[in-house]
Design a binder for this molecule. Structure first.
Ligand code: KDG
Ligand code: MG
Length: 409
């Protein structure tokens, strides 16, 4: 079965998505997600200008060979643009192969290891009453695990707080990337955050009891010793995980955090290869791998990364915010269902407009996701609907400290 077309579709139903559609001479099509928030067009060009011509005439079944060819023949390795482009090809070829087999993709990955995929949702509030309402709303929607993000007194805008006003004057809700000509500036004060956060978790535990799995995202903003202090301070509230406590490009920094706290650690949404995790996994410095299928070379590379993690009892926590398209999300769900060392799946719902463009067959029932049993990934792209929403430039915000220094966002 030969590849005869590889089309890149950029569309913006409420937010930008980059989708690769591979077509074979047998008329089977496959989809891959190549969305890189705020840098979408660079991946679209990488695919259109440099990858699509190489795919013409290749055997669509040779997924491993195509992965190795794209990774090694470029000479320049790794990086988010390259790895998102390779991921899109990889996932589209798995979609094709599973459709050709007449099976949902998870069957080709070894079949289901569980009946459902535990998902966590994003609750947030500017104060405790707003946060409690948001947690209750998520529980009503069926979520049984909840990420908690909060405003901090003295800071105007903090990542992850839905109700705070954005740079465009609207609620921050659905998506931090904003359709503004320049990245929005937010502010940050780590000492204020470290003082405030434990009191929020104490209040949440008092209100919702000891059972509910609670997560928190530090979004790369702490130094190792600050992260150690926070992990220790949060121990009484029994977090499911503390995410991205430090920037973690320096993997060795996590040794210090780990020495000080038993709060479970999750890292990796900005990583893109297994090499970014070598020390973290081998020395058991983390508990959950946060990579996205979309940004880490697709199913082929994620499977190897998660198998490596499994040897050290480290589990998956695949990245699933709204900037992962429904195609990337479906790929994650098939992998989640098949692997043994599944931990939890992040799930932020897409808007109705995005769901008009991407017709999905995955389900969410009583806190558990399932990819469905359609052949392939189970997602169809409505290209006419996609064409109605052309690309709109959008940027993620960035942080400055009170003295004007640029800080990790
Ligand atoms: O594009 C940036 C988002 O993917 C990121 O901010 C979301 O941290 C995130 C999360 O945990 O979902
Ligand atoms: Mg995160």
């Amino acid at each position: 079965m030969k590849i005869v077309a590889a089309d890149v579709i950029v569309s913006s139903p409420d937010r930008n998505f980059v989708t690769l559609k591979i077509t074979t001479d047998e008329g089977i099509t496959g989809l891959g997600d190549a969305t890189l928030n705020g840098r979408e067009l660079s991946v679209a060009s990488y695919l259109r200008d440099h990858v699509a011509p190489l795919l013409m005439g290749r055997d669509a079944h040779r997924i491993e060979d195509t992965w190795q060819f794209l990774y090694r023949s470029a000479y320049w390795r790794r990086g988010p643009v390259t790895m998102a482009a390779i991921a899109a090809v990889d996932v589209a070829l798995w979609d094709v192969k599973a459709k050709a087999a007449g099976m949902p993709l998870y069957q080709l990955l070894g079949g289901a290891s569980r009946t459902g995929i535990m998902a966590y949702g994003h609750a947030s509030g500017r104060d405790l009453p707003e946060l409690f309402d948001s947690i209750r709303r998520h529980l009503d929607e069926g979520f049984r695990s909840i990420r908690v993000q909060t405003s901090v007194p003295g800071i105007n805008a903090v990542y992850g707080v839905a109700a705070q006003p954005s740079a465009t004057g609207q609620r921050y809700d659905y998506e931090p990337a904003q359709r503004t000509p320049l990245p929005a500036e937010e502010d940050w004060d780590t000492r204020a955050y470290l003082r405030h956060l434990p009191s929020v978790f104490e209040a949440v535990r008092n209100e919702f009891g000891p059972e509910l799995p609670l997560l928190h995202d530090g979004h790369h903003r702490m130094t190792p010793i600050q992260a150690a202090k926070l992990g220790k301070a949060l121990e009484p509230y029994d977090l499911f995980w503390l995410e991205d406590c430090t920037p973690a490009e320096n993997q060795e920094a996590l040794r210090l955090v780990r020495q000080h706290t038993t709060t479970p650690l999750a890292i990796g949404e900005v990583f893109n290869t297994v090499w970014d995790y070598q020390t973290l996994i081998r020395e058991q410095l983390i508990d959950y791998v946060r990579s996205a299928v979309t940004h880490t070379g697709g199913i082929t590379a994620m499977r190897k990364l998660l198998d490596f993690a499994a040897q050290y009892q480290i589990k998956s926590g695949i990245h699933g915010p709204t900037d992962i398209s429904p195609v990337g999300m479906a790929a994650a769900l098939h992998l989640d269902l098949a692997i043994h060392n599944f931990g939890i799946q992040e799930y932020m719902k897409h808007t109705p407009l995005a769901n008009e463009v991407f017709r999905q067959s995955f389900t969410f029932t009583d806190g558990y996701l399932h990819p469905g049993d359609q052949p392939g990934l189970g997602v169809e792209l409505d290209e006419e609907a996609a064409a109605r929403f052309p690309y709109e430039p959008a940027y993620l915000p960035f942080n400055r400290l009170k003295d004007g220094t640029v800080h990790d966002w």
